[in-house]
Ligand binder design. Structure first.
Ligand code: PLP
Length: 354
């Protein structure tokens, strides 16, 4: 028998989440497939999403070229833009859309030998994230230079929210105000919303949405109930069991010490598969559909769970680490991180599509 650890990817759920995003935001949307579709497999997700999205976004050029090589013909936006002139040529060759977020990239386009109208540029404006993007004061000039270069057929105006997952933060409204002021009078479609913007900030809805995490069914606002469906189920099986006597310590560092006789299930899943080592005793896990808890420290290839109240569970029992029953948001919280990091860290386990 092969090792039972796997990540099951529910492509119907993925499509349902994309439909939900479209219903909430309206207009057109780019499904965000960066980091191998947040660990879900970019090519398969692109194929499954099909016409539920009007195009896709990835972080960098190689991710986009890999999708093109796999036969994905939909519009593809490269969120970090190009790093040099060679990438710019490749972007045109593969009909990619590029984000332009700094003067360096503007000069690259102006100095290139690209044919007229070869590019669709998404002009990124820093409205408060203070990471990448042109300042509001630079926007009109950057927009004019892109069009004057002759290389650009269309400019889309975009920005990115820093705190849209905080329903009470004024920061998002301030970003909206800055965006509208900076882009006033400029021609071009607009795009502001990531998942949290789509779900939580109708005032930010414009021509294009850019849903990422919500496609994969993890709500960026864990307290909300937006009806998303988990796409990935990270699962495995119990492959051994044992009893700990009261006072016995379990695993590395003796991080869990039994305070009463405790039945332990040993599960084929570890941090080398992407399960977070920072998760500790008490992190939820489901065994044969019943909720229980992680015990002790996560090892590279295995972890241990509490079966004391589950006499029927044993070797071969199914274990869900996260998915439809165990919320990836909850596991992330227990590990001191966010769902994004857990999902895109999944590795080594085979991805199985249903
Ligand atoms: C990653 C990313 C998104 C998607 O963000 P989610 O929070 O996953 O929805 C949207 N826009 C940009 C620019 C991004 O980098």
């Amino acid at each position: 028998m092969t090792r039972p650890a796997e990540a099951v990817i529910d492509l119907q759920a993925l499509r349902a989440n994309a439909r939900l995003a479209r219903a909430r935001h309206g207009g057109r949307q780019l499904g965000v497939l960066k980091a191998n579709a947040y660990g879900h497999g970019a090519v398969r997700c692109a194929q499954a999403l099909g016409d539920e999205c009007d195009g896709f976004a990835v972080a960098f050029l190689d991710e986009a070229v890999a999708l093109r090589r796999a036969g994905v013909s939909a519009p593809l936006l490269v969120l970090e833009g190009v790093f040099d002139g060679k990438e710019l040529d490749l972007a045109v060759e593969h009909r990619l859309w590029v984000v332009v977020h700094q003067p360096e990239q503007l000069r690259m386009i102006e100095g290139s030998k690209l044919p007229a109208g070869a590019l669709v540029a998404w002009l990124k404006i820093d409205t408060g994230m203070h990471r990448a993007g042109f300042s509001p004061q630079q926007v009109h000039e950057a927009h004019a230079r892109l069009l004057a270069s002759g290389k650009v057929a269309e400019v889309v105006l975009m920005s990115h929210f820093a705190r849209a997952d905080e329903p009470a933060a004024d920061a998002t409204l301030e970003q909206l105000r800055v965006f509208d002021a900076a882009t006033e009078g400029l021609a071009g479609a607009r795009s502001l919303c990531n998942s949290a913007g789509i779900l939580g900030w109708p005032a930010g809805h414009r021509d294009w949405a850019r849903p990422g995490i919500l496609l994969y069914g993890a709500d960026p606002m864990p307290a909300a109930d937006n009806g998303l469906q988990a796409v990935m189920t990270l699962r495995s099986q119990v492959f051994a069991t044992r009893w700990l006597a009261a006072g016995e310590a379990l695993g590395y560092g003796g991080a869990f010490v039994a305070d009463r006789p405790t039945r332990v299930g040993i599960v084929a899943m570890g941090y080398a598969d992407g399960y977070p080592r920072a998760a500790s005793t008490g992190t939820p896990v489901a065994v044969q559909g019943q909720m229980t808890r992680l015990l002790g420290r996560v090892s590279m290839d295995m972890l241990t769970v509490d079966l004391t109240q589950m006499p029927d569970a044993g070797i071969g029992s199914s274990v869900e680490l996260w998915g439809q029953q165990v919320s990836v948001n909850e596991v992330a919280r227990c590990a001191g991180t966010i769902s994004y990091e857990l999902l895109c860290n999944v590795k080594r386990v085979p991805l199985r599509y249903v």
